[in-house]
Design a protein. Structure first.
Lengths: 309, 309
């Protein structure tokens, strides 16, 4: 059972994991080469704690006595019985991090990488104990978005996958097991697909950045907070369900797919997108927008819990 | 000002519009060639009314004295000062409906089509007053999803677009103006793009139907209830915003786009999808699932109103 987790990397993802793990009663050691990143950790955790306190029956203040920090990966892992790796997404750096982790981490402890773009098979390549290395990819911010995508590499032991799944399920995450290694796992492949068309519509002058975003957030995005695209179209089939939908309206999807193209991400298009988001956000800072996003995610999490959704 | 609206077609979309318009104090006349569809209308409206009453300060029971029904399009339009057309999405039928509408509808009254797949330019072709014909496309169910996509055809008069926008805005809808006629307008192009990858992931054995849907509803779908893809990636750029994101992480999107393909909707794939949704829904009927969806949409609408989101 996991009681003490080492987090490698104190960026946004690592810091958010730290707040979540502390809220679940775990001891947490965070390593980062940058002292400034470690120094910013308590402030981040305090802010995240206020959100977590609305979702969970936790102490009024974060248990900072259960948190330690270090600039050294090996010493962070010496007492840990699991590692959540959140370093930069470059394969050479990942392998170096794994090598340092393995100098002290007990041989049966799992190394879960938060990588969004690399493969577990590549990360575990050359490791002393490749079988315990897997991907456990969250969405940002991990303490508020429950999805964790688990992906095994070629060498990952099934028992390690099962233990990882039990761990994340046990702390209230929603796990999915990705059955083949693909760029972007599941969720980021899906977001990329939506984004391709969101960019195309602007590139082709069909709509402004603001209107594309409004169309999602006041249209299909409302349903997606509760159900994915398959279930959505199952209901689109009425009493006949998904089979009726696919047999009668499937061809309209195929026709739309044929009409969609990949935009060229030119400097001009980048300027159009940047100007569009400036117009849509009317000067509100990314930090303020992120705060509003997190407030909304907390409220939505409470709502979904109440509905059992 | 619109006081009396004729709805052509008493299917799911027409019935939902009827409930919404009644809740906003309009007189409503619904025409449908099928007596059974008209007979089902009061039951549908009563159910929808319970949802609408949670969002709006309305009477306890639907004002059925403000609702009339008829099997005849021309007589439905004789007293109307606007038409919401919800007939079958086939161009020959649409043109026939428009011809019948124009036998009685006052010349300055707008004809707004709910069509999801046709173009306003094609619908207005051959009409007596093509300038007043436009697309006002809702998402299902229109009384709970606020988005209305407005699309002008070649002949649509700007004044009619402006009046239509003022009308839908005035009854609490969120309008977007689609600047070019394209198959699927905005929202259904975006949902189709997401769906293409959702189907591909199942077709290629990367994940089950249930896991694809879980990934959305417990992952990126949560954010999409409040913000579209452009704003999401603007926040993904941190303090540097969208420009930083596009310049540094834009290439990862381009790489994912290059890795995505269009699935072939074969009979085998349809069987896989149908079996997958049966597994994911565990025997719950489409009607019960739709009821749960509507309950969730009402709760989310209240939440968004409270947050000003």
């Amino acid at each position: 059972m996991t009681r003490h987790i080492a987090i490698i990397g104190a960026g946004l993802i690592g810091a958010s994991w730290a707040a979540l793990f502390l809220s679940k009663g775990l001891r947490v050691t965070v390593s980062d080469p940058t002292q400034a990143a470690l120094a910013a950790l308590p402030g981040f955790i305090t802010t995240a704690w206020a959100d977590l306190a609305q979702l969970d029956d936790i102490a009024a203040a974060p248990p900072f006595d259960a948190l330690s920090t270090t600039q050294d990966i090996a010493s962070a892992c010496a007492q840990a019985d699991m590692v959540q790796e959140c370093g930069p997404d470059r394969i050479a750096i990942k392998r170096q991090i794994v090598a340092e982790i393995e100098t002290t981490l007990p041989a049966d402890a799992i190394i879960a990488s938060s990588t969004s773009s690399l493969m577990a098979s590549d990360i575990q390549d050359g490791a002393h104990h490749p079988g315990r290395i897997l991907v456990a990819h969250p969405m940002n911010p991990p303490h508020l978005v429950p999805l964790v995508e688990l992906v095994a590499g070629r060498a990952t032991e099934p028992d390690c996958m099962a233990r990882a799944r039990a761990f994340y399920d046990g702390i209230g995450r929603v796990t999915v097991v990705v059955q083949k290694e693909r760029v972007g796992h599941l969720a980021n492949r899906l977001t990329s697909a939506l984004y391709r068309e969101a960019v195309s519509l602007v590139a082709e002058g069909v709509a402004t950045v603001a209107d594309v975003d409004r169309a999602i957030a006041h249209g299909p995005g409302l349903r997606w907070a509760f159900m994915g695209p398959h279930l959505t179209y199952h209901l689109g089939g009425g009493a006949g369900g998904y089979r009726h939908y696919l047999e009668h309206l499937g061809p309209t999807q195929v026709a739309r797919w044929a009409d969609q193209t990949t935009p060229a991400m030119t400097p001009d298009l980048i300027e159009t997108l940047v100007a569009g988001i400036a117009d849509a956000t009317a000067g509100e800072s990314p930090a303020d927008l992120a705060r509003r996003r997190d407030t909304a995610l907390v409220a939505l999490a409470k709502l979904k819990r109440d509905l059992g959704a």
